[in-house]
Write a protein that binds this ligand. Structure first.
Ligand code: TRP
Length: 373
């Protein structure tokens, strides 16, 4: 068994065994039965069909309530440390699907405090600026402002702080150390931080005085925060938040997670077509060393970052995806052609996204909760 990998909210390293994470964290796999159930609400998203979104906590319980007429709300977020890349967009796109499927409210937390506390090199000004910048990418995905609110931690602190305090009072230092691996060298803000990420799980109590169930679509790397939140919730008289987890969006180097700290192998939402072409051109593939070998032996889509991009995000048609993978294995398509296809897809997507991103500049206010509410 491959044990040599790490997945925490602040560090993802090694080759991730996603099934093993389910065991480590104690979550549930999204099985056939759950997929069948979900398909009763509308067409399954490709991320569900392909197990990109693959794990959950208490999703059945949440759907039982929903079926009886009890609405839940969605909660997800972003740690604004710099520009938005494709890996950030992936769970937000899935969140949009969930909102469209269930017609429920959505709260999007911008943790400018988190990124300030956990990054030596970022000032609070940097992370707050990044929060407003990243909000444009979020809005550009087409969320309904009537149902969707962005919560920036340092701005909406008056709303969040009482909730965070209630959580903080019930989490001991030894729990924080055990769950997050803190030691005596961590600053005290980072030890408190998990209570800020837990706070929006209960936000409709603060806003409307209602104990509304909450569903959190997020990367599996964020699970630790919500294990803590789920333990505390019943002590506060709240429902435990339910979760639906996605796998990490791969990097172009063949690693398991796209990371902004490697700008040359990361595709940002503001990249120009030229930059995308260059980055994809340099991407790690599953191809052979020479054209002859590739024709003879075929490529390996399962390790190829170019194929993974189609699989995770860009090729929505399952048939077309299978066909691409087959042609690769048989050596019928070479990496150059595949890269060109992907570059074109990404650039078409980004052209539209960048246009909507510009429009979003005029619409920020529609999505913000008033700072003093
Ligand atoms: N900690 C997350 C990050 O660094 C941001 C975040 C806050 C989040 N609340 C969330 C992510 C809820 C998913 C769900 O990106």
């Amino acid at each position: 068994m491959n044990d040599d990998f790490k997945v925490t909210p602040w560090e993802v390293t090694g080759e991730i065994d996603y099934d093993q994470l389910i065991t480590r964290f104690g979550t549930k796999k999204i099985d056939r039965e759950m997929l069948d159930r979900l398909s009763g609400y509308g067409e399954l998203h490709p991320m569900l069909r392909r197990s990109v979104v693959y794990s959950q906590r208490d999703l059945g319980w949440l759907l039982d309530l929903y079926d009886k007429g009890q609405k839940f709300f969605l909660y997800t977020g972003r740690g604004p440390s710099g520009g938005t890349h494709l890996g950030h967009l992936m769970p937000w796109i899935f969140t949009k699907y969930l909102q469209d499927l269930f017609h429920v409210n959505l709260y999007f937390q911008m943790t400018d405090d988190e990124k300030y506390l956990f990054n030596e090199n970022l000032s609070l000004d940097d992370t707050r600026r990044a929060a407003y910048d990243n909000a444009l990418d979020f809005i550009a995905l087409g969320f309904d402002p009537e149902k969707t609110k962005i919560v920036i931690d340092t701005e909406q602190i008056k709303l969040l702080y009482p909730l965070a305090l209630k959580v903080a009072k019930r989490v001991t230092f030894s729990t924080a150390k055990a769950v997050f691996g803190f030691d005596n060298s961590n600053n005290i803000g980072s030890i408190f931080y998990t209570s800020m990420q837990a706070a929006p799980c209960f936000i409709e109590d603060a806003l409307y005085g209602k104990n509304t169930p909450c569903l959190i679509p997020c990367g599996i790397d964020q699970d630790a925060h919500f294990r803590v939140a789920r333990d505390v919730a019943p002590l506060l008289g709240y429902h435990k938040p339910a979760l639906i987890h996605n796998k990490m969006f791969p990097g172009l180097t063949g690693n398991d997670k796209m990371s902004s700290s490697q700008p040359l192998t990361t595709i940002f939402t503001t990249d120009k077509p030229r930059e995308v072409k260059k980055k994809i051109g340099n991407a790690f593939t599953g191809g052979q060393a020479s054209v002859d070998e590739q024709r003879k032996l075929g490529g390996r889509p399962e390790v190829c970052s170019v194929f993974k991009y189609q699989y995770f995000l860009f090729e929505k048609d399952d048939r077309a995806l299978d066909d691409l993978s087959e042609r690769c294995r048989k050596g019928e398509i070479l990496c150059g052609e595949c890269k060109q296809l992907l570059t074109q897809r990404i650039n078409e997507f980004l052209e539209e996204h960048q246009r909507k991103r510009e429009e979003a500049k005029e619409r920020l206010h529609e999505f913000m909760l008033p700072p003093t509410c």
